[in-house]
Ligand binder design. Structure first.
Ligand SMILES: Nc1ncnc2c1ncn2[C@@H]1O[C@H](COP(=O)(O)OP(=O)(O)O)[C@@H](O)[C@H]1O
Ligand SMILES: [Mg+2]
Length: 351
């Protein structure tokens, strides 16, 4: 069996908001394997960011873990990150073991400090360098992320960098402490397509070079085909389907995954109109009954509204939480474009 680096078990995360409680992560379990790229996909609001912020101790102050474990095996024996309390516990961990790149590079850079100073802070803390050696380490990092003329660029400020270049700087800061896991939270969403591709390539190169495990968060399934070994599909605070990229693209089983694939413009489905995902996700201030996707699922069964489905195993690497996979379920045909997907699949992932 593959080597786990992170193992989340029955995790529940809640937020207190004006006297009410929002259940953002609902009993979620997932394993992340050493050296893989795991993509987490799902609509905005499905809990992708909240889930991952638990891995670096950056949950918003009104949020809290209400049960579950986050076992980190980075250094051999597991430590339970769910038990970490406060900055003291996280200080030596964040950045050194797990690093996170956020969607908007502007929010993670200080507009008043030069690029060199900001990268230098990370390097100094980790590698304990100063003076010329520190400068050289900063230049090396800038080159590592594809920024030319590092001496000149290091003196500049964030506003003198384009969006793509800023994201490269953020990546440099994230890898400065040589983390084992790099979490990329929609790292290319704010960028145009050409730049997006460059950043994805950079991340792929760095992953190999620095032996990283990557968690890649996105709402765009089109992006993940290019980068992911495995894909986890999130809906309403839980993972409803997970498998290898091949399995999730070519043999998706959860109706929500069907819907997500249907909204991929790359499929350019002829004959059948795009399967727009109608309706809205459930209100997580209220308990969810049955399959959270049922109210939006035109193919829902009666039981979907009553009982939460367990995971059904499709292969040793592929499982989905849908009653459609129960051997007793009536045969429900997926939409036409899912049946055709093998034919057009090559276009989606370029393989
Ligand atoms: N600080 C907070 N207080 C209350 N609710 C929050 C807070 N942060 C996130 N949420 C809620 O948690 C859910 C998941 O959010 P998020 O993880 O940001 O979604 P995603 O990253 O998938 O777009 C959403 O319903 C969001 O409104
Ligand atoms: Mg998010």
């Amino acid at each position: 069996m593959q080597n786990k680096i992170l193992s989340v078990k029955d995790l529940n995360v809640k937020f207190n908001l004006r006297g009410r409680t929002l259940h953002a992560i609902r009993n979620l379990s997932v394993d992340v394997y050493r050296g893989e790229t795991l993509a987490i996909v799902g609509e905005s609001g499905s809990g992708k960011t909240v889930l991952n912020k638990n891995f670096i101790g950056l949950l918003d102050p009104n949020g809290f873990i209400d049960g579950g474990e986050i076992l980190y095996y980075g250094n051999g024996d597991p430590v339970d990150l769910a038990k970490y309390k406060g900055e003291k516990d996280w200080l030596g961990f964040r950045g050194n073991e797990i690093s996170m790149i956020l969607q908007d590079p502007m929010t993670s850079l200080n507009p008043l400090k030069s690029i060199g100073a900001q990268i230098g802070e990370s390097v100094r803390i980790h590698q304990n360098l100063s003076g010329e050696k520190l400068k050289q380490a900063v230049y090396d990092l800038l080159e590592e992320v594809g920024i030319e003329e590092p001496e000149r660029r290091a003196r500049q400020y964030p506003h003198e960098f384009s969006g793509g270049m800023r994201q490269r700087v953020v990546i440099a800061i994230a890898i400065a402490c040589r983390p084992k896991i790099l979490i990329c939270d929609e790292p290319t969403t704010a960028l145009d397509v050409t730049i997006q591709a460059q950043i994805l390539n950079l991340l792929k190169d760095l992953k190999v070079k620095f032996n990283l495990t990557v968690i890649f968060i996105t709402h765009d399934l089109g992006v993940v085909a290019n980068v992911a070994d495995r894909v986890a599909v999130m809906y309403a605070g839980d993972i409803v389907e997970i498998g290898t990229a091949e399995e999730v693209f070519y043999d998706p089983r959860h109706p929500y995954t069907w819907a997500l694939l249907g909204s991929l413009p790359q499929l350019g489905i002829k004959g059948e109109s795009l399967y727009a995902i109608k309706g809205t996700p459930p209100n997580l201030f209220m308990p969810v009954v049955g399959d959270a996707f049922a109210p939006r699922n035109p193919r829902a069964l009666k039981i979907d509204f009553m009982e939460e489905p367990p995971y059904f195993e499709i292969s040793p690497t592929h499982k989905a939480k849908s009653w459609l996979l129960d051997p007793r379920a009536p045969k429900v045909e997926p939409p036409e474009y899912i049946k055709n997907i093998r034919k057009v699949g090559g276009e989606v992932d370029g393989r």
